[in-house]
Structure formats: structure tokens, C-alpha cells
Design a protein around this ligand. Structure first.
Ligand SMILES: COC(=O)C(/C=C/C1=C(C)CCCC1(C)C)=C/O[C@H]1C=C(C)C(=O)O1
Ligand SMILES: O=C(O)CCC(=O)C(=O)O
Ligand SMILES: [Fe+2]
Length: 363
């Protein structure tokens, strides 16, 4: 994936929100204030309580379980991917200390003085390092969020200068965590293939050496949460995304369902999984990448650790033949190279599901 032409990008001053709140301003700076139509309205807790985001128990999908349990859980998974594009997984097999450890070092990273974090800057037009991604103009609104993003796998996508030397255990924890999340993604893709009636290795065989990146999002409390957004609405460009919400985080993730923003209430020891644009295209829209955003809280902070799992840049992506039928289910997306899509995704601002227009066949 080629770098973006950095020199042509003028983004103005991007204030660091953690520093900003230290001075206890009585007003949120204009650049963070969203237009009325973008703000935190339309939230439905009622929908959530009646029909919560599906929970998939991965222990039911292990070999030692009964066939009936397996089939039931696969059907639940299929419905979750079709109706929600989001689900939480429990009994995922990742040890508590691995999950706790990454949370600890991520928190320690964001708690360091700004000068230390600025040693790893996310330069305008890039997506790795500390700062705000997806900002391309001086008048674009900013998210109430500090990000730290790194390419993890394969090693060729890493920028070693951006891997921090402090906290001292950061790199070791991230390596350990990423290995486990990688195994989880491989397992999930196997179950997703089965849920579609495909051979279990269908995705992995196509994906080659997969790409894995991590983004840590820190949302400090905001005195006017209704005026700002923690993270702008978007769908993820990955095949799958795994989101970990730190234990003491406030509720903040919302997904757009039937034109209503539905909050995702964290479950202890669960991970949130969502379908990315790549799986939407491969399944010809049967499983959808769903628009989501993060909101902030007046008193409480929020920290999330997000892994994007995607095919190799060399892979050609198009709806899988098994899921296309010229008569009853015609092909909805064109064929493209995943590296090109990654470039397109990271060179545009987050804007709902607009990135996928790149691949849509318009009638
Ligand atoms: C801030 O970054 C992102 O939000 C992001 C970027 C991911 C990446 C890196 C940090 C390193 C290089 C690879 C990659 C572009 C994956 C989001 O990732 C989404 C977008 C695509 C496409 C994807 O696969 O995940
Ligand atoms: O922090 C959250 O809750 C949302 C994060 C997210 O959607 C992302 O990083 O892509
Ligand atoms: Fe996301």
C-alpha cells in the first residue's frame, strides 16, 4: 500500500483532547462541535433491552460439544452476521491475563506525558502512530479521541520507529495479544464460512498472509458529550474487527440499526466482533458491515483496543461465486485489489459506509 501524498495535506491544529481537558475549559472548542444532525440523538436503549446484540458462546463451537449445540450456535452466528453485523463472543479461550495486560499497557501509554507520546506521531495522511487519523482538511470536525495505531502483521507493514520503548512491556504485550487475537479471527472466519454453507477454510485460503493492525482509542470525559462525537460514524474496512472495551470504560459504542443508534453494553470477559466491508463484499451483501460510532461521557473515560483483520494486500476481492446467482442474487460489487481498497479507505474521512461506494455496482 503506497503512502499518501503527505505534503498536500493541511489539517490545521489538532488539539490533544487529554491535554485540553486538563485546563478545564468552560466551553468545548468549536472544532469538536458537531452539526445538530450528527449529534447523539436517536439512541434507543429500549430497542437494545428488547433485542440485545447477539452473544455467541464459542465453547459451544468446540469439537468436544454435541452436534446440536454446534448447529444451534452456528445458526445464531449466521443470524447475528445477517441481522446485526455485530456480536459479542464469550468463552473465547483467550486468557484473562493477556486481555488484562494489553489494557494495562494501553492505559499506561495514554497516561504518559504528551511529550513522550509525541515521539510516535501520526503524521497527516498516515494511519500509524499517536494522534488523530482520517483528518484531511482544516475545517473538518475533530473526534473527541486520542488514537494510537500500529500495523502488526505481517512484519513488513510495521513502522518500528513507532513502536514505543515506554511503557517497557508495551511491545511484548502487544505481540502476545495480537497472536491470540489472530488465532481467534482464524477460528471465527472458519465458523462464518460454515454458517454460509462454505468449506471451513474458504476465507483463510483466499486471504493468504493476513494483515493485522491495532488501534487503541482513548476517549477522555467531555463536559458536553451531546455536542461532540468520540469517533465519527463509519464501517470498518477489514474482514473482521475485534474490539475490547477496558473494564472501567463507560458505555460508548453505538451501532446503527433500523435508523436508530443502539448502544452496545459491555459484557464481562466478552469481546465485540464486527463484520468489515471485505466480508460484506465477499458474501455479496448477505453479511453486512454495519455503521457504528463512539460517544463520550461527562464523567467517565473510555479505552478500547481494536484489531483489524484483513486479507493480504495482493488479494483480489469479489463476491464469492457460491453466493451469487445471476437470476436471483446478482453480483452487487465489482472485483478489486485489497491493497487498493486499503489505500482508498485510509485516504478518506470516516463517513458512514461511504468507503464501500468504491466497490458497489450501481444499477
Ligand atoms: C487509524 O487506522 C485505522 O483506523 C485503520 C488502519 C489500519 C492499518 C494500519 C494501522 C497499518 C497499515 C495497515 C492498515 C491500513 C490495515 C483501519 O483499518 C481498517 C481499514 C482497512 C482497509 C482495514 O483492513 O482495516
Ligand atoms: O471505541 C469504540 O467503541 C469504537 C471503535 C471503532 O469503531 C474503531 O476503532 O473502528
Ligand atoms: Fe470501527
Amino acid at each position: 500500500m503506497a503512502p499518501l501524498p503527505i505534503s498536500s495535506i493541511r489539517v490545521g491544529e489538532i488539539e490533544d483532547v487529554q491535554e485540553l481537558i486538563k485546563s478545564k475549559p468552560n466551553k468545548v472548542p468549536e472544532r469538536f462541535i458537531r452539526d445538530a444532525n450528527e449529534r447523539g440523538v436517536l439512541v434507543s436503549l429500549k430497542t437494545h433491552l428488547h433485542q440485545p446484540i447477539p452473544v455467541i458462546d464459542l465453547s459451544k463451537l468446540s469439537k468436544s460439544n454435541t452436534h446440536d449445540d454446534f448447529i444451534f450456535e452456528i445458526l445464531k452466528l449466521s443470524q447475528a452476521c445477517e441481522d446485526w453485523g455485530f456480536f459479542q463472543v464469550i468463552n473465547h479461550g483467550i486468557e484473562v491475563n493477556v486481555v488484562d495486560d494489553i489494557e494495562k499497557v494501553a492505559k499506561e501509554f495514554f497516561d504518559m506525558p504528551l511529550g513522550e507520546k509525541k515521539k510516535y506521531p501520526m503524521e497527516p495522511g498516515t494511519v500509524q502512530g499517536y494522534g488523530q487519523a482520517f483528518i484531511f482538511s482544516e475545517d473538518q470536525k475533530l473526534d473527541w479521541c486520542n488514537m494510537f495505531a500500529l500495523g502488526v502483521h505481517p512484519p513488513s507493514i510495521r513502522n518500528p520507529k513507532l513502536w514505543p520503548s515506554k511503557p517497557v512491556r508495551f511491545s511484548e504485550s502487544l505481540e502476545g495479544y495480537s497472536k491470540e487475537i489472530r488465532k481467534l479471527c482464524k477460528r471465527l472466519l472458519k465458523y462464518i464460512a460454515i454458517s454460509l454453507g462454505l468449506k471451513e477454510g474458504r476465507f483463510e485460503e483466499m486471504f493468504g498472509e493476513t494483515v493485522q493492525a491495532v488501534r487503541m482509542n482513548y476517549y477522555p470525559p467531555c463536559s458536553s458529550p451531546d455536542l461532540v462525537l468520540g469517533l465519527s460514524p463509519h464501517s470498518d474496512g477489514s474482514a473482521l474487527t475485534v474490539l475490547q472495551q477496558s473494564k472501567d470504560s463507560c458505555v460508548g459504542l453505538q451501532i446503527l440499526k433500523d435508523n436508530t443508534w443502539v448502544p452496545v453494553l459491555p459484557l464481562p470477559n466478552a469481546l465485540v466482533i464486527n463484520i468489515g466491508d471485505t466480508v460484506e463484499v465477499l458474501t455479496n451483501g448477505k453479511y453486512k458491515s454495519v455503521e457504528h460510532r463512539a460517544v463520550t461521557n461527562r464523567e467517565r473515560e473510555r479505552l478500547t483496543i481494536v484489531t483489524f483483520y484483513a486479507p493480504n494486500y495482493e488479494v483480489e476481492i469479489e463476491p464469492m461465486g457460491e453466493l451469487v446467482d445471476d437470476e436471483t442474487n446478482p453480483c452487487k460489487y465489482r472485483s478489486y485489489n485489497h491493497g487498493e481498497y486499503s489505500y482508498h479507505y485510509v485516504s478518506n474521512k470516516l463517513q458512514g459506509k461511504k468507503s464501500l461506494d468504491f466497490a458497489k455496482i450501481l444499477n
